[in-house]
Design a protein around this ligand. Structure first.
Ligand SMILES: [Zn+2]
Length: 192
């Protein structure tokens, strides 16, 4: 899957490529295309082959503003609500689980972060965390960012007035309120 066609003009090989192999673990192709490592380090790059830079960029667009942990969780959460958001089709025949997960693993592997698990959360926050697709512990900023993103995506206006979207948005609002209250130390209305 390394054929290069004129269709992919947006992905011209970078002349500054360091001549190393693709940063996707296990990929034998040359890493000729660069992609910023994260929104916090836009001047640090991964070097991918064409196929993997496309997959990475597709994920980047969708998950922008989210931390690796949130992305991971969002991938899980999305399966409840909608078809997988990852554009598996673009990966051609290689639609196996490994390719699906690798961009996330790359990020997770190189970004130190605390171990997160939904099981560590206070009992009353597990459902809200699950709703927002977040893992515990989580910061207020992460909750806000995730909420903003989900609220936008599931807003009825963005879904043709869909009733289901309205219900999801309600659930998202409640989950956000519960998490926010907890994180800023206010007594939550949802407890009891
Ligand atoms: Zn590759």
């Amino acid at each position: 899957m390394t054929r290069r066609t004129t269709r992919s003009r947006a992905y011209a090989p970078d002349p500054k490529a360091p001549g190393q192999s693709c940063d996707m673990p296990g990929c034998p192709h040359e890493g000729e295309y660069r992609a910023p490592k994260s929104r916090d380090s836009l001047r640090e790059y991964y070097w991918f082959c064409l196929e993997h830079v496309r997959a990475y960029n597709a994920a980047w667009d969708f998950y922008k503003g989210m931390s690796p942990g949130q992305i991971e969780a969002a991938v899980r959460a999305d399966t409840h609500w909608q078809r997988p958001t990852w554009p598996l089709g673009r990966l051609g025949a290689n639609t196996d689980e490994r390719l699906f997960r690798d961009p996330l693993d790359i990020l997770a592997g190189r970004t130190p972060r605390p171990e997160r698990s939904p099981d560590r959360a206070p009992a009353e926050l597990r459902e809200p965390l699950d709703t927002l697709g977040l893992l515990w512990p989580v910061s207020l900023d992460e909750v806000k960012a995730r909420y903003k993103e989900l609220a936008k995506r599931h807003h009825p206006d963005a879904n043709g007035g869909d009733r289901g979207a309205e219900e999801r948005l309600k659930t998202i609002n409640l989950a956000y309120a519960a998490l926010r209250s907890h994180l800023i130390g206010e007594p939550s209305l949802a407890t009891g």
